[in-house]
Design a protein. Structure first.
Length: 95
């Protein structure tokens, strides 16, 4: 099942506010996220940063629980909005 995830954090919790040493640690862990996701049977199709301390992801997972555990394990303190989504042609075909 596909999920669209919107992640928001405060300016205080922004990785850009970390010291250079802490930023390096943060990005080293972030690079390993794809391996962690695969181990949890999650496919991260994309993860993008937007403006206003917001990031977006499109992920595929069999269970919401594994998805919840994956995002809870992120080092950054932020809020998540997770919504199931589908390909337009599949949604239209369902009607």
């Amino acid at each position: 099942m596909l999920f669209h995830v919107t992640m928001t954090h405060s300016p205080k919790n922004c990785p850009a506010q970390l010291s250079p040493t802490e930023q390096k640690k943060f990005f080293t862990k972030a690079e390993k996220m794809q391996q962690v996701a695969k181990g949890m049977k999650i496919n991260v199709h994309f993860m993008l940063a937007g403006v206003g301390h917001t990031m977006y992801a499109l992920v595929e997972a069999d269970s919401f629980d594994s998805l919840n555990m994956f995002f809870t394990g992120m080092e950054i303190k932020q809020d998540y909005q997770i919504e199931p989504v589908g390909k337009v042609q599949d949604v239209i075909a369902a009607f």
